[in-house]
Every structure is written in C-alpha cells, then in structure tokens.
Design a protein around this ligand. Sequence first.
Ligand SMILES: *Cc1c(COP(=O)(O)O)cnc(C)c1O
Length: 498
Amino acid sequence: MQYASTRGGYGPVSAAQAIEAGIAPDGGLFVPLQEVKLDDFLAWRELDYAGRARQVLRAYLTDFTEEELAHCASNAYSDRNFDHPQVAPVVELAEDLFVLELWHGPTSAFKDMALQILPYFLPLARRKNGGDQEIVILVATSGDTGKAALEGFKDVPGTRILVFFPNQGVSEVQRLQMVTQAGGNVGVVAVQGNFDDAQGGVKAIFTDPQLRAELARAGFVFSSANSINWGRLVPQIVYYFSAYLDLVQKGRLVAGAPVNFVVPTGNFGNILAGYYARAAGLPVHKLICAANSNNVLTDFVRSGTYDRRRPFYKTLSPSMDILVSSNLERLLYHLSDGDSAAVATWMGSLQREGLYSVSAGVQEKVCRLFWSDYADDQRTLDTIARAYRQYGYVLDTHTAVGLAVYENYRRETGDPTPTVLLSTASPFKFNASVARALLGEVAVQGRSEFALLELLSRHTGLAVPAGLRDLDKKPVRHKRVVEKSQMVLAVREFLGLA
Ligand SMILES: *Cc1c(COP(=O)(O)O)cnc(C)c1O
C-alpha cells in the first residue's frame, strides 16, 4: 500500500514514511492510493479487540510484518491500558440504539484508542526508514489528544513530545491531566488563543523548511500525533468493525445488514475512520456528523460550502470547538476521485479567504454518505438529563451532542436503521457539566471539579476512572504560557536549541 499527499506535491511513500512524516511537506495529508477491501471481516467474530485490530492494520500498513503488528496491537490493547475486557464495549440503550464506549483507556477519552498504539508504530517506522534521529512529536490539542499522546509517548526511547493547548480552552480536569504529566521526554505549553491558533501554529512549524533543516542538523525530526497523522487514523477504523461484529455476535444485527454511526465531530478524524471502514466494505448506511454550536461542518454537509468566517464559541463540549477540521481534506480527496489539484485549490482558498465551495458532484457524494446537524449547550445539558431518566445511562457532553443530533435525524428522516452512537469521553472527564445536568445548577455552585467527581460518582453509582482520581494532589510540572507567535521559540527551548 502506498500513500501520497492530498495536494499532489509529495509521494508515493510507504506507510512507515507517511507515519514518520505526519504531514506531507506540501501541507497536504497522506492518503492511501489503493483501495482496501476487508470483505471477509465477518470471520473475525471470535477474535478479541487486539486480534481484530491486527486484521485491519495489516491491510493498510503493508510494510509492517505480522509479528510487528501483533506486538503493537497486543501491547496497546491490553488490560494494563484499558479497564474493560472488551476494550471498546457496545452498550444497548434501546432496541435500535447502541453506544460504543471508546473511553476505557488511561485518559478517559477516545483518543487513547489510537494514541496507545501510535507510540509502537513510530519507532518501528523510523527504523524501517533507516533514520537514527530522535523523533520530536508536536501536538496541538483541544484537550484530549494532548493527555492521550503524553501518556502514550512518555519515556518511549528515541522520542520527545511537546504539547500545545489553548490556555482557558480546556476543562480543569483536562488542564490538570496535562500540566501534571510526568516523564523525562515530555513538555506541555499553554498558548494564548484557541485550538485553531494552536493547530495553525503547529502546522506552520511542521512545514517551515528552515526550522526543519535546523532540527535535522541537531539530530531531530518532527512527527505528529494529531489525527493528521495516518498512524492515528488507521487504528480508529478498527472499532467500527469491532462494534459491528459485537452486534452480530449478540444477535442484535443480522450479518450484512446496514448500520448508522453517529459521531461527535471536531477535527473530522473519528468520522473519517468510519468513512474508510465503509469504503473497505463495512455495511454502513449513514455517517451522522454531530457538531456543537461551532457548526461549520453541518453547514458544509448541507451546502457544500465550508466557511470558517464565523464566531468561535467556547462550548460545554470543548473537544469539538474547532472551525478548521483538518481531516475533511482527506474526504474531499477521495470523493473527488483523487483530484489533488482541486483539493489544493480549496485548501488554498480556505487559508486565504476563509472559505471554499466544492463541486456539485462532490457535494452530492457528501450528502449521500453523511448527514449532519448540531446541538447547542442547553440542548446538550437537557439531553444528558433526559438520557439518564430514560435509559439510566450517563452521557458526557460530547456524546450528548451526538444523541441530540441522532434524535433530530430520526425525526427528520424516519430512518429505522440500527444506529451506533460513538461515545467519545467518560462522563467523569467533563464532570462539571454532567453534574450540572443531572443535579442542577445549585448543587454544583461553589464546588470544585474534584468535589463534583465524588458527587457524580455517588449519585450515579459509577466509579471515578483511575486516571482522574487525585489529579488535584499531583504536583504541577508544566507552567509555560506563550503567545501564538512564540510557539517556535517554545519548540527551540524544549529541544535546547534556543
Ligand atoms: C477529539 C474529540 C472529539 C472529536 O473527534 P475528531 O476526531 O476531532 O472529530 C469528540 N469528542 C471528544 C471527547 C474528543 O476528545
């Protein structure tokens, strides 16, 4: 399997090269150049999660050996890292509605599904590529990727990791998870700005030829742990197949019957993995893209115009507070049948003018595969409260956006297809909002997020995940705050080059 840049200026390269590079030098993202078909996936029914993962990975990472992939998958998806024996269990809410819990990893958000395995891929990839430089992983995070990447890469030999997060753009639990991070190869820096500022800054650093040359001389090479890295997308394809197989195993789905997936969406990485699963043969009817008030994707799916020129809202689902959804670029590449010139034009227009419109042909394909709507903060809180009453199930704010949008979908289309809602975070990760929804404003006022963790645990009878306990008692190790213009300086400082 070979990969090339969505913008046509780089490739073909191997999977190992795509994973090590993270982003293509022309600013594009790596996409697979051949089709993958996993038509015999029903035969994986009896396999555990790591076994299913191996089957998916081997189809895309063809330059990795079976032994290597087995090693990566069994170490990443072990009970040392995941607190549920099925890794990503499917829970039934109603007859045709299921929740896929993707947050049983060490940081309580779905990012662990990929970021527990990427640290195994990267050193292998570098060895295959013949490199001996130290890999410097730069991460921009809206809150969850940062911690998951830090946990995955801490003390991994031959790597260093530097995380930028939007100062005041993350929850208190998310912030403390990051600034208390231990490990000899880790750095965490707050940026004065929002996620798009942090992500834009990191992308600019990656594609700065002068800085790359300077790093190369010092024995370093950049890579990325954001979902722009192909090595993060592939592991996410796995759980779409795994959820389907679990439903067949439980007798809730006839083998071969279609399902919908509802995905709370920010950078379009998670839902794009669903697109790849469908392209590889999983019987998916609709991919339902759920947005919060930063509803740029909803407008895009409905109109074919992507317009980021709009106010940026800080919402109760902060991991979806994104106006520039990087991975959409990959979808546009595939839906335009690999028209990299068109993709480059659209992305250039987004950069310069803040918007682009795709061709009617591409828009028609988008509409056939996707459906989208959004839910605001009040609707999110109402949905958490009602889901608890109706199903006895506690949703986090992101997953609640997903459920609210699914209810709209069902009402507007009447589509009875069995549907899987991807649950992207543990309710304890966004406990302040969840407690507010379940217990009311008054019960929450004046209480710290840590008092609320306990309160929520007592009220729901659910245990606080291990990684979220005692966060307020750990020493703060990372205190640096920079302007967006100082991100390059922060990188130099971290590497001892300043
Ligand atoms: C990252 C994240 C999302 C958005 O996922 P994308 O792949 O960026 O679309 C949704 N919910 C939670 C909890 C997240 O951490």
